[in-house]
Design a protein around this ligand. Structure first.
Ligand SMILES: [Zn+2]
Ligand SMILES: [Zn+2]
Length: 323
């Protein structure tokens, strides 16, 4: 399923089977999660190359290997995440921050992704998937789970944590944070009582409209929704010294707000992409919690419908394409 250009609908197409070269693997895709970033690719809001096959939460099985491929064997189940490759030589790669690489490859944005029957992926950036997860259940761990985890680590030791936007990422982070003994407050689109009930069912102590103040001041907040207006709201909701973590790849503009809301050592930070060590850490942690992903399955040919359901806020948890 291909986007030919920004603003174009997904189009089904047939291509010759690619050959894996060098460190690459050829995978038969068994599941691919649908992420909000795929909507930003659809809308031309991030630096994707077109035509592009989206999808960066891929679970697949190795069916062929390039001559320099390492770490996996034919038949292995592997995960492919957003960071398809990093350069390995820039200042960021050389300092443990390959998520900020100057010359990266992003799965489903600058290299074809998993809305397909097969995909090519660099073996050095593939991840092992814990055996306890089915293919579809594992897929959302690879971005929603991983980015959520990186955002949670960035939020620091916060005991009282707010999550703005309760979609695929928040529903995994909430489970980890509650398991760690934190108290989690969920904030959703105003009136989204289904998402609020879902958040409470996972153990959130509060789940309310995002334009309401929290019952208690938060130590930190993570914003998953792509709405810049949430930044000043979240700043008002955190106590002195509190941190607001923006976890999305794209957000609408942040409205002006009084300096007093930032003062007293509150901070706003963003989380960008992920590293392989985030992946290994989170995929080791997820079965211990254990994180359960709530998935809605769609046929590959219905990927456009899955994206529309995500855009309209009609999903609880994560949509996953199964070929
Ligand atoms: Zn680099
Ligand atoms: Zn994603």
């Amino acid at each position: 399923m291909v986007f030919d250009a920004p603003g174009q609908p997904l189009r089904a197409c047939e291509r010759p089977m690619p050959e894996p070269e060098g460190p690459d693997l050829l995978l038969e895709v068994s599941a691919c999660g649908v992420c909000r970033t795929d909507l930003h690719v659809a809308d031309g809001e991030i630096g994707a190359r077109y035509p592009i096959i989206p999808g960066h939460e891929i679970v697949g099985r190795v069916i062929a290997m390039g001559a320099q491929a390492t770490g996996f064997a034919v038949g292995d189940r592997v995960g492919v995440a957003w960071l398809g490759r990093s350069c390995g030589i820039c200042r960021y790669c050389c300092s443990g921050r390959e998520n900020l690489c100057d010359d990266p490859v992003y799965t489903g944005a600058t290299r074809d992704g998993g809305y397909a029957s097969h995909v090519i992926a660099d073996s050095r950036f593939c991840l092992g998937i814990p055996d306890v997860y089915g293919d579809a259940e594992a897929a959302p761990l690879l971005c929603a789970g991983l980015i959520g985890y990186r955002a949670l680590v960035t939020a620091g030791e916060a005991q009282v944590l707010g999550l703005y936007g309760f979609g695929a990422a928040a529903h995994t982070v909430a489970q980890v944070a509650i398991w760690q003994g934190r108290s989690v407050h969920a904030f959703t689109r105003p009136g989204d009582v289904a998402a609020q009930a879902f958040a409470r069912s996972l153990g959130c102590v509060e789940a309310v409209d995002s334009d309401l103040p929290p019952a208690v001041l938060l130590d930190a907040a993570i914003i998953f929704a792509p709405a810049g207006a949430l930044v000043p709201l979240a700043l008002k909701a955190v106590r002195k010294g509190g941190r607001v973590v923006c976890a999305g790849i794209h957000m609408t503009d942040i409205p002006a707000f009084p300096y007093a809301d930032l003062w007293e050592e509150r901070s706003i930070v963003s989380v960008a992409n992920l590293t392989r060590s985030d992946g290994r850490e989170f995929l080791a942690l997820a079965p211990q919690v254990p994180v359960h992903t709530h998935v809605s399955r769609f046929a590959l040919g219905d990927a456009g419908e899955a994206l529309k359901a995500l855009r309209d806020g009609r999903l609880q948890g994560a949509a996953v394409l199964v070929p």
